[in-house]
Design a protein around this ligand. Structure first.
Ligand code: ZN
Length: 117
């Protein structure tokens, strides 16, 4: 079974190779979807769950949101396209979430980059 969570964060970026307006400093209200997949746990405090939503949210917040929210993305990722940011997020989450299945990063209301296992 799959479970997921959403986060929003605000950040600024510049796309240095872009020939158009994205080469100027600007910001987005990003929306991040994180999905994990696994069997339901059979016992313990997370019985009947893939994992506790609270644990999932804490991992995403600590690994990704705390660093990116209200930041200059170019200080973290040299060419912060939606695709490169999604790949960076995947790399940050995978060590803490071995059951990571999908990362979707919405840069605008109508444009996203996605990575799936
Ligand atoms: Zn942009």
């Amino acid at each position: 079974m799959k479970i997921g969570t959403y986060f929003g964060f605000e950040a600024a970026h510049v796309l240095p190779h872009h020939p158009g307006k994205c080469s100027r400093p600007h910001g987005h209200s990003y929306r991040l979807e994180v999905v994990v997949e696994g069997p339901l746990q059979q016992g313990g405090p997370a019985a009947g769950m893939v994992m506790d939503f609270g644990d999932l949210k804490e991992i995403v917040r600590r690994s990704v949101i705390d660093q990116l929210d209200h930041s200059d993305l170019n200080a973290t990722i040299s060419n912060p396209t939606a695709e490169e940011i999604a790949a960076w997020i995947w790399g940050r989450l995978e060590p803490a979430l071995p059951s990571l299945q999908r990362v979707v990063l919405w840069e605008t209301a109508s444009a996203y980059a996605a990575i799936e296992r």
